[in-house]
Each structure stands twice: as C-alpha cells, then as structure tokens.
Design a protein around this ligand. Structure first.
Ligand code: SF4
Ligand code: SF4
Ligand code: SF4
Length: 275
C-alpha cells in the first residue's frame, strides 16, 4: 500500500461543513489512544472550513477552503520531536503521540500551518490523525471524506490519485514542507459588470466584452440580464472594452486584478466610434 493523499476540489465544495462536523463526531469525547486522545467538544477543528467572499455587490462570490494537517513529507513537527513525541505511520500520516507529547507546546508551535491545537485539560497538542484508527480497522477512507456529499474531498493511494494531484496546488508551498493535501480549482480573480442603455433604461444583451492583458485575450457577450463575468483571471493589469451595435465603445484601462473587480452598472452612450 502506498502513502495516502487528500485532494480538495474547491469547485465542488458547497461549504456544507459536513467534513468539519464529521471530524467532531468521530473524535470529540472518543478515545482512540494510542493514536488519538479525545478531542474536546469545543475549541478544536482538526479540519476547518474557511469561507472567502470576493468582489462587491452585486458581483459577489463566496468560496470555501477546508484546511487540515497536510501530513507533510517534510513535517516541521517531526523535526522538532526529538524523543518520539510524533511519528509517521505507514500511510504517511503524521501522528502526535498523546502520551509522549504531554506538556510539549513546542510541537504545536513548530507547525507553520497552525493546525495543531492545545488541549488544556489533557496538557497535550492535538491535530488530524488521518483517522488512522479507522484505516487500521479496514475502513477505506477517513470520516471527513466519507461524509463529504459532493465529492469535493477525496482520498486515496498517492499512486492511484495521480490524475487528481497533477496540476493541483498545495497550501503555502513556500513553507517547503511537501504537503500531502492537495487543492484543485482554487478560483482566480474576476471582472464583472452589467451593461445598460441609460436613455432607454434597459439592460443591453449580447454586448461584446473583451479583456486584454499582456497579449492574452478573454472574450464574452453579456447575458440575458446584461451581465458579463470573466472568471478565473490571473492577477494582472487588464484593459476592458465593451461594444454593442449602435453604441460607442466603452473602455476601462489599467484594471488591476489584485482583487476581484465589480465594475457595477455600466452605461453605454448611443452613437458610433470615431475613426
Ligand atoms: S501541517 Fe504542520 S503538523 Fe501537519 S504535517 Fe505539515 S508541518 Fe506537520
Ligand atoms: S482525517 Fe479524520 S482526524 Fe483528520 S480531519 Fe478528517 S475526520 Fe478529522
Ligand atoms: S463536506 Fe465536502 S462539500 Fe462540505 S464543506 Fe467539506 S469538503 Fe466542502
């Protein structure tokens, strides 16, 4: 059996929090020592779903990114565990030993991802175990994966997940820890707006909208509501041109997509472009 990986497909994540609840249900108050001591009822989320809001009204998008221990190949906590307080199991999971790690706050502080919690009552650091207690008993997947209703969270042997991990990204590659938790389809930036005729007080359907950056061209037409929405754009400086028959071309120059941009309601003036 090869080492395991987790893959989150952000485009499939509905933000239902089932993974977060499932982990709580599996571990809160349940003693799986020597792998895991009970998770407290409150204060710890071994998998935590964060929500991100992008753009501004009316062009707003929310997406969700679950975070957990990345079971990194170059785990900083393993490096700090000089006396066997943490170890890697045969599935590649980093496990903190609840007995040997007693009183050792340095382990918690060694993780650059901040995914380790301190259990005051038991005086131990705690985090995701990969549900190693389940896999050791013949379960195919951890609880959080089992409970994901959309297929956003998947899990398996590294060798069998090549298709999902190829081209995927990891959290904070600059930490140089070689994570085993991958993310797919993290959304890029967007530019959106609504095109209308201020005289007729009507939206304009089918207007041609072009966004240009560094020689790259993105094109679309406004929909039945006069809206256009360029999705998954890179960060860059864009010029946007909006053209509709019988109207002058509207131009937005030097739009910087360091954040998502809502251009709001955009009036087009009747007439022709000057040659
Ligand atoms: S996320 Fe932190 S604790 Fe988990 S493996 Fe990576 S460095 Fe270690
Ligand atoms: S693998 Fe298990 S311990 Fe880790 S986050 Fe999922 S449910 Fe929690
Ligand atoms: S259970 Fe699946 S869909 Fe729901 S928040 Fe977690 S990863 Fe996203």
């Amino acid at each position: 059996m090869g080492k395991k990986v987790f893959v989150f497909d952000i485009s499939k994540c509905s933000g239902c929090y089932c993974c977060q609840f499932a982990c709580k249900d599996e571990h809160a108050g349940n003693d799986f020592r020597p792998i895991a001591a009970p998770q407290p009822d409150i204060g710890q989320f071994w998998i935590k779903v964060d929500d991100f809001t992008r753009g501004k009204a009316p062009n707003v998008r929310v997406h969700y990114i679950p975070r957990m221990c990345n079971h990194c190949d170059d785990c900083k906590v393993l490096a700090a565990a000089k006396n066997g307080e943490a170890y890697r199991n045969e599935d590649g999971f980093v496990i903190i030993d609840p007995e040997k790690a007693k009183g050792n706050k340095e382990l918690m502080n060694a993780c650059p991802y901040g995914v380790i919690y301190w259990n005051e009552e038991l005086d131990i650091p705690q985090k995701c175990t990969g549900c190693a207690h389940l896999l050791a008993n013949g379960y195919k997947v951890p609880r959080c994966v089992e409970m994901c209703p959309t297929g956003a969270l998947t899990f398996g042997d590294e060798d069998e997940m090549i298709e999902q991990t190829t081209g995927a990204t990891v959290m904070h590659p600059e930490y140089a820890t070689t994570p085993r938790v991958y993310y797919r389809n993290i959304p890029g930036q967007f530019i959106a707006g609504t095109v209308y005729d201020p005289e007729a007080k009507e939206i304009i359907k089918g207007a041609y909208v072009r966004a240009v950056t560094g020689g790259k061209l993105y094109e679309l037409y406004t929909d039945g509501y006069g809206d256009f929405w360029f999705k998954d754009l890179p960060v860059g400086i864009f010029d946007v041109y909006i053209k509709a028959e019988g109207y002058k071309t509207k131009v937005f120059k030097h739009l910087w997509t360091k954040e998502c941009l809502s251009l709001g309601d955009i009036p087009l003036e009747k007439g022709c472009d000057e040659e």
